[in-house]
Design a protein around this ligand. Structure first.
Ligand SMILES: O=C(O)CCC(=O)C(=O)O
Length: 251
């Protein structure tokens, strides 16, 4: 069941602003998307040292995306559903259009146009990083297959990374995490290279109250299994060249 607005799903106790919806897609939808990810032809995968990833519709060139549609299995149900959720509940007397603004209402294309698919086997994470200025500062992550913790980091005054995360967000399979505003622009995020997330407690997991299956983490531990993430973003600069050459048709 989708929330009436994102406001009820805000992760409090974090820098502004992050939202977590534990049951964003169903088990059937999760399975269908995982099948499409697995069915992608081998050249779609970019193999990094421990992790592999797919980039849809294509990688960026000098921070620019060649205009091309996303495949329908990345649009339905995720983008349609995402755009259907207003950020705030309507307030009495407000203009109707203002009441229904979703999280992409002020992004250049009013919707995500780019998806990264990352696959993390147990023990594999991603270094702390910022997503950077090629994207409008909203990133929406759908998690598939398994749970893990996303760590949030801050640079100290000299610009060096403070090694201890300032917060942790536990992402369950089928959940949606939205990161925007200061937490997007001023903080870094990363995933530790561990086989187990430990010390999981209401006091150490920022989104504990919003979790679907707190009981699964009652031992304070999460044994990692292979987790796939879909990260949706709006790339600011889009080149129409791909369209003019007729290079891309919706797969
Ligand atoms: O898999 C995730 O949740 C994070 C992915 C990520 O940090 C990225 O794509 O930049």
């Amino acid at each position: 069941m989708l929330p009436a607005s994102l406001a009820s799903k805000q992760i409090h106790g974090l820098p502004a602003t992050a939202f977590y919806i534990s049951d964003f897609i169903s088990e059937e939808e999760e399975e269908r998307i995982l099948q499409r990810v697995k069915a992608a032809p081998k050249p779609r995968w970019k193999q990094l040292s421990h992790r592999r990833l797919q980039t849809w519709p294509s990688g960026l060139l000098h921070d620019k995306l060649l205009d091309a549609p996303l495949p329908s299995w990345l649009v339905e149900p995720v983008i349609t559903r995402l755009l259907s959720i207003p950020v705030h509940l309507p307030t009495k007397g407000a203009n109707k259009d203002d009441q229904c603004e979703n999280i992409f209402f002020n992004s250049p294309h009013q919707r995500p146009n780019h998806v990264l698919i990352n696959e993390y086997p147990p023990g594999v994470g991603i270094m702390p990083h910022k997503d950077g200025s090629a994207y409008h500062p909203v990133v929406c992550t759908v998690s598939l297959g398994a749970s893990l913790c996303l760590n949030i980091y801050k640079n100290d005054d000299s610009g060096a990374l403070h090694p201890e995360p300032v917060a942790r967000i536990l992402q369950e399979p089928r959940s949606l995490l939205i990161i925007t505003d200061t937490i997007y622009t001023d903080y870094l995020h990363g995933i530790a290279d561990v086989e187990q997330d430990v010390d999981l407690l209401p006091s150490t997991v920022a989104n504990w109250d919003l979790l679907r299956s707190k009981d699964l983490f009652a031992s304070g531990q999460n044994s990692r299994q292979t987790r796939v993430s879909l990260t949706y973003r709006d790339v600011i600069k889009v080149s129409k060249l791909g369209n003019r050459l007729g290079l891309f048709k919706r797969p």
